[in-house]
Design a binder for this molecule. Structure first.
Ligand SMILES: NC(=O)c1ccc[n+]([C@@H]2O[C@H](COP(=O)([O-])OP(=O)(O)OC[C@H]3O[C@@H](n4cnc5c(N)ncnc54)[C@H](OP(=O)(O)O)[C@@H]3O)[C@@H](O)[C@H]2O)c1
Length: 329
């Protein structure tokens, strides 16, 4: 049988277990031009929730469809030259054990690394941190780099890459435990618990020389505080808006836009990681080298079992993860 999670109905406010519905159905047979894959790991991403809000950089989710999500798996049957049984592939085929899909929607993975790294730090997550920070943020040695959701998948990578680039690195995260972990284990210079209140004051103390690059994963209160602390000609990397995904109605943007953007000559630039995929191989090789040399810790938080996927996504919004949250199927 093919075990699946369907996207059952749009949430009102926060997602819950009733946002999803379990289904067992026959394993599909691949048609001409298709490949049958068996899922090994699912990547859990805040974007999974954002796709429920309407059209983004991709179509909105429709109730009744298999819940979308990026995954890594192995080919079990193929009608297409270039895809053989046992090949490792990645793609967005969603929360299910098996999927038959056109070869054009699959990418073969040949990098030798554990699956939990291939689903995050050496894939979308790592690439997002790498290109977002280095190409959009363009940090210089000695710069102060602030990153929000710093203890998460992208944030842990951004902070460590910024250290390799010779920057002073400050993160925001929910709770003192996460903050202590960032400075003790991941080499951050300072970390601020945004849930403790007084986030602007705490950030001002943690960034006495102001902020040169803010890597924004969250939007919301941290963006508002960061804007007022940015240095002249600072860069804000608009990567995501996780504080506004699991809500009924996103809050309006900060008051300081455009006022402070003008007076401080800031550059706010959004990006989607796929924009840089023509340089993917080069970036992955570099990330893999940093990880194997121990210069970057690739932090993964693996939940066991497809049946746990909804709980895991709910947990992501409650901040239960450290590093990349993935589900082993
Ligand atoms: N532009 C792109 O191409 C691209 C690609 C991938 C990801 N992204 C974006 O990157 C960001 C991080 O994604 P990720 O995969 O690395 O997820 P993640 O950081 O591993 O997980 C989400 C984290 O967000 C924090 N969070 C949850 N609710 C929050 C709130 N209301 N305010 C502030 N923080 C909150 C939680 O940590 P705390 O305990 O610290 O609250 C949680 O651990 C997201 O905005 C995502 O959409 C963008």
């Amino acid at each position: 049988m093919n075990r699946q999670w369907l996207y059952a109905k749009p949430p009102t406010g926060r997602i819950g277990v009733d946002t999803f519905q379990w289904r067992e159905t026959a394993i599909p047979a691949p048609r001409a031009g298709e490949v049958l894959v068996r899922t090994r790991m699912l990547s859990l991403d805040p974007a999974n929730r954002a796709w429920m809000m309407g059209k983004t950089y991709r179509d909105a989710l429709e109730p009744g469809q298999v819940m979308s999500g990026f995954a890594i798996g192995e080919v079990v049957d193929s009608t297409v030259a270039g895809f053989a049984k046992g090949d490792l592939v990645e793609g967005d085929w969603g929360w299910q054990e098996y999927a038959a899909l056109p070869a054009a929607r699959l990418t073969r993975r040949t990098l030798e690394a554990p699956l939990e790294l291939l689903v995050g730090p050496l894939s979308v997550t790592g690439l997002t941190a790498y290109f977002g920070l280095l190409e959009v943020g363009r940090p210089k040695p000695g710069d102060t780099v602030l990153v929000s959701a710093a203890a998460g998948a992208v944030g842990t990578m951004v902070g460590q890459i910024a250290k390799l680039a010779g920057c002073r690195v400050v993160g925001t995260a929910g709770g003192q435990d996460k903050c202590d972990w960032l400075t003790r284990d991941l080499g951050f210079d300072a970390a601020v618990d945004y849930k403790a209140g007084g986030v602007r004051r705490a950030l001002a103390a943690a960034c006495p020389g102001g902020i040169d690059v803010y890597f924004d994963n969250t939007g919301g209160a941290v963006l508002e505080a960061a804007l007022s602390l940015m240095n002249l000609r600072g860069r804000i990397v608009c990567c995501g808006n996780v504080s506004q995904y699991d809500v009924d109605k996103p809050a309006p943007g900060p008051m300081a836009v455009p006022g402070l953007v003008v007076t401080k000559r800031l550059r706010l630039e959004g990006f989607i990681v796929m924009d840089f995929y023509d340089r993917r191989a080069e970036a992955e090789a570099r990330l893999a080298r940093w990880v194997s040399e121990g210069r970057i810790k690739a932090v993964v938080d693996v939940v066991e079992g497809l049946e746990k996927a909804p709980e895991a996504l709910i947990g992501l919004f409650a901040g239960r993860n450290r590093g990349k949250m993935a589900v082993r199927v």
